[in-house]
Design a protein around this ligand. Structure first.
Ligand code: FAD
Ligand code: SF4
Length: 514
């Protein structure tokens, strides 16, 4: 055998560099399903099923084209271990692999892989980002995004942005009307076919203790399905995407979001085709720009940052947060309606939209002072789109401010009033977002003020925190004392103590390796 091309579960694109010069007479593809990949963090069953089903479909597609695919179905061990075994058996002259999406995996495979190849799926390379970062005191999405708009000539009129502005946030990000979203066209579903059902059986058998449900599994597992999902979004949800991109609504897990992150991250979709479909769609400019910013801006930006800052980035803890992750993150069993909703849908679908991740689960963890590694491992475990290059910067940088401001110019700190403004959750909650102390005080609001007090010295150095800190000065000393006492109770137990939440159980991790 001449070349063994290692295809990882998030590299399912036939035009990847792994197939350059591939000669079916002397080269082979190698793919494997190793249980370690679902156990180093206890991966949601839907995440594992999605990856493995998409891999098996991809394998079958390559074999139908006449390629030799050496494929190990789900078995105990690590990817590197399984690869070593097959290298010994097939003795290839060289082993190649497209750059993995995870620093850990790249390190683990390095002894066996002779060459890591550029991942052409992305619109910018780690070197492009390094050049962008060189000599800049601060990294900010906005400058990178404008460079990308100019470079790819997307939403541009000559050298100027279409519509005369680079962003239309003022037209976007509204709450839903009081009556709610009304009857929404449900996103396209892809019920499990025979291949997916076989994977489900394997996962239930070999990873029975992993979190999450498979009952609602309907994610795209092939390129054709991913393209249908993209078209469904562009036709039905894009026009209102921008306006309601930050809104939340009880028992409406998807609203106007695209649900394409997992297809993009597995490389079933190419970002170029997504950008083209959205740029040309008959939708308002504000919606198209709001969406394009996510793909051409944020998605590329966080990847650049990941490879620029790893491995140290995963260890950052600028706010010295040390608390355990509350146990209810694994069950959704909490009286806080917003968290119950966001975690509930996460366990059901492996999905929550951006604001639920940032301003509900992420915000609560930051205000509580959860150790960044613990919350990072939770996000990596529970979302179907989770791959470390995109998950880690969003958690460590954007949601926890654990990088001290490398990624975001200020912590996304807010009280329960933000959630009240952007959702209908508080109306159905036993807490009151306007109260910071007392039995009905919203834990977000109590912890928000306490967070500002606890970190006042650090936050004074963050220019964009001025206004929030000015409000802190208005609190009387006795109010501050009462807030600090109530917050200390919440921090000790992980949640407001009620008859149903015994303190020790509330913060004990459910999974021993988290
Ligand atoms: P939409 O809301 O429809 O957005 C469109 C697309 O833009 C997404 O599919 C995604 O590809 C891209 N995008 C949007 N925001 C971001 C962002 N901040 N960073 C990178 N890409 C973005 N995204 C992941 O793909 N995997 C993760 O593991 C992940 N973890 C996150 C953890 C936290 C704490 C936060 C705050 C965000 C995280 N995100 C992650 C980003 C974002 O929340 C998801 O991409 C989005 O919710 C996926 O749903 P969607 O496809 O319906 O996205
Ligand atoms: Fe969440 Fe507080 Fe609103 Fe309850 S009152 S839903 S805990 S923000």
């Amino acid at each position: 055998m001449r070349t063994l091309a290692v295809i990882l579960g998030d590299h399912l694109n036939e035009d990847s560099a792994a197939f350059d010069g591939f000669d079916p007479r002397q080269d082979a593809v190698w793919m494997a399903e190793a249980t370690d990949e679902s156990q180093h963090v206890p991966s949601h069953k839907a995440r594992t099923v999605l990856f493995l089903s998409a891999m098996r479909h991809f394998r079958d597609r390559l074999r139908a084209r006449g390629l030799t695919v050496i494929y190990q179905e789900l078995q105990p061990g690590s990817l590197a271990g399984l690869l070593q075994r097959d290298i010994e058996q097939y003795a290839p002259e060289r082993v190649i692999c497209v750059w993995p999406g995870d620093f850990r995996l790249k390190e683990a495979l390095s002894p066996q892989v002779h060459q890591f190849l550029e991942d052409r799926h992305f619109l910018s390379t780690p070197d492009d980002f390094r050049r962008h970062a060189e000599g800049r005191k601060q990294l900010r999405l906005e400058y990178f995004y404008r460079e990308m708009r100019r470079r790819y000539r997307i939403l541009m009129e000559g050298d100027q942005p279409e519509g005369g502005a680079w962003n239309f946030d003022a037209d976007n990000r509204e709450p839903l009307p009081a009556a709610g979203p009304g009857k929404m066209p449900p996103p396209l579903r892809f019920p499990p076919d025979a291949t997916t059902q076989a994977v489900m059986a394997d996962v239930e058998q070999q990873l029975p203790g992993n979190p999450g449900s498979l009952a609602s599994f309907s994610w795209p597992v092939t390129r054709e399905q991913a393209l249908e999902a993209l078209q469904d979004f562009v036709t039905h949800r894009l026009p209102l995407f921008g306006r309601y991109q930050d809104a939340m609504w009880t028992a409406e897990p998807f609203l106007y979001h695209s649900l394409i992150s997992s297809s993009l991250n597995l490389k079933l979709l190419d970002p170029r085709e997504v950008l083209a479909a959205v740029e040309q769609a008959p939708a308002p400019l504000a919606a198209r720009e709001g969406f394009i910013r996510q793909i051409l801006g944020w998605r590329e930006y966080v990847r650049g940052l990941y490879w620029l800052k790893m491995p140290g980035y995963a260890e950052l803890n600028a706010l010295d947060a040390q608390a355990a992750l509350p146990r209810f993150y694994w069950t959704g069993d909490t009286e806080m309606a917003c968290l119950r909703d966001a975690i509930g849908q996460t366990l059901e679908h492996g999905y929550a939209h951006h604001i639920q991740r940032l301003m509900v689960t992420g915000l609560y963890a930051m205000l509580l002072g959860v150790a960044p590694r613990a919350i990072h491992e939770w996000y990596l475990a529970v979302y179907v789109d989770a791959v470390e290059w995109v998950e880690l910067p969003n958690v460590i940088g954007m949601s926890q401010f654990a990088d001290g401001g490398i990624m975001a110019s200020k912590p996304y700190a807010a009280s329960g009033k933000y959630i009240d403004r952007m959702s209908n959750h508080c109306g159905g909650c036993r807490f009151d977002p306007a109260q910071s102390t007392g039995p009905r005080a919203c834990p977000f609001t109590t912890l928000y003020w306490d967070f500002l007090m606890r970190h006042e010295q650090t936050l004074r150095k963050v220019p964009r925190m001025d206004m929030q800190l000015r409000n802190l000065v208005r609190l009387k000393p006795e109010q501050k004392k009462a807030i600090a006492e109530q917050a200390a109770d919440i921090i000790r137990t992980g949640c407001p103590t009620t008859s149903s939440s015994a303190p020790a159980a509330a913060s004990a991790p459910l999974w021993s390796n988290v």
